[in-house]
Design a protein around this ligand. Sequence first.
Ligand SMILES: [Zn+2]
Length: 168
Amino acid sequence: MDLLWAPWRSQYIESYSFDGDTNCFICDAINDKSHDLERLVIYRSKLSIVLLNKYPYNGGHILIAPNEHLGEFEKISTETMADIMYLTKISIMTLKALKHPDAFNVGMNLGRSAGAGLPGHIHQHIIPRWNGDTGFISTICDTKVISEVMSKLQIAIKEEFYNQIQLK
Ligand SMILES: [Zn+2]
């Protein structure tokens, strides 16, 4: 499915070759904390990073990745995996509190053939779903229109994420 997200999408595709090794938007976000707003960073733990997907399936599509640039699931430490699952839980709580989705897709695409856009750096997807969110535009045009302003969404999700992690 193609997403209609013109300004960000074209910039994103031009900036990254998706080699998985040379250009990694996740490592860029991990290593340079001075552009967190543009890079839609939500949260950093000791082992992982939480950010919004700039190329989302739905508004509020969250990515969680280990700080280590690794493409193979089996190489991630148990401690890091536990951290990613903990942050997945907080992400779900955040999205439930803020956006009240009907359902979620949670998981990883491991390898390009499985649909990974960035196979060199594994990342967990948390995608909020609403009843009927595969609406007529998607069906007819194979395109989904997302109308939320990304920076507004990032600020709201970041604030709620910090609320939830304190409640926990
Ligand atoms: Zn990376």
